[in-house]
Design a protein around this ligand. Sequence first.
Ligand code: IMP
Length: 435
Amino acid sequence: MPTLAVIGSQWGDEGKGKITDYLAEDADMVVRYQGGANAGHTIKVGDEVFALHILPSGIIREGVTSVIGNGVVIDCEELLVEMEAIRKTGRSGSGLIISDRANVVLPYHRLLDGAEERSRGSKGVGTTGRGIGPCYSDKVARAGIRMGDLQDEAYLRERLDMIFPLKERLANALGTKLEQDRFAILRSLLEYGRIFGPYVRDTSVIVNSAIEQGAKVLFEGAQGTMLDIDHGTYPYVTSSSCTAGGICSGAGVPPSAIGDVVGVTKAYTTRVGAGPFVTELHDEMGARLQSVGGEFGTTTGRPRRCGWLDLVVVRHACRLSGVTSLAMTKVDVLNDIPVIKVCVAYDIDGEIVQDFPGSVTKLARAKPVYEEVDGWAGWGGDTAAMCRKGYSALPRNLRKFMDIITTNTGTPIGIISLGKGRDETIDLRKRRWST
Ligand code: IMP
């Protein structure tokens, strides 16, 4: 059963796009199972840079089937824009299939996302404004519209007649007004049904049958563990299941279909939006990580908050998703920092805590307990050439830094990424796919 799952072990933006693209080299299928156009994956292939929000990373590789699973919420307008951008690069995008059970992000979801955020005032979540929360809320409230419905005019009409008046009332209560009436929405949904109809399938059947036939299937997570609706820093989270557990419901596969799990971990920590962040740096070091690391959101352009690597977070992620190896990204951003700190526990009211607390008020009182490692000054230059030399050529202190991570998470580091390019990667894994 050659499958592989890629999950984010922090608050997203760990570099999953690059790692998924790297791991997808010999994949037959890449499956996205959660999130929507709130995600932002940046992938560099030669001189081309792709910023994907909704399309699976496999779309860049010809011959790979790219699946948007039922757990994803689909913004059809965004999907169309991305498909066109991909085609402009000379790629066909023909390998795309979309779940008939994936819910559709509707214009009022975006509008209500903004209005709900405004109503929270200073206690806002800091959402991406892409309508994600309202769309998932409707899915769970059984008030959604799914990709498989888009070609059935009578059913769509019936659904909108029922749902739309409630949305109008909600918008009024939030002091706003819906921009499009139900007829305009119906027309655009029917048009999307026509455009995407050929791609819409029962993806669970297709993915499971690919697995049974021995195809190499890669499951691609969009956000990170700490944004998971259950296990993240609730309520400062997204509205989907970002851990490996989300693969089963979001792709329609059994737990036994999940093989090795790669936890992508940035060498420091970032988060966008509001919410607790124990190792956040408000000083020059935080500003340095932000500028050297180019820490600005792919989706919203917002500056990301930056801090030292938090292993309480990564340990939490490894346990929740059964991470079998870590992929360390952006290690090069730490080059030339004299002393690097790594958080190994929290001090909460004098008690040393190893497990990530569920309460945001407790987290607000948590102080990081750090281990320190000397930096690797003067190392750098032609990263691709250095990567070809492998692990043993890495500076001693960088290897010490990696040892701290492995010891504190109980998880080996399988991949080290030292730059955006595919060749700026050291691969230490003993096997590429679970068997
Ligand atoms: P939403 O997913 O737009 O509802 O936003 C909820 C929270 O998740 C906000 O703090 C966002 O900044 C964060 N978020 C959502 N998607 C991403 C992502 O791809 N990377 C990082 N943060 C994200």
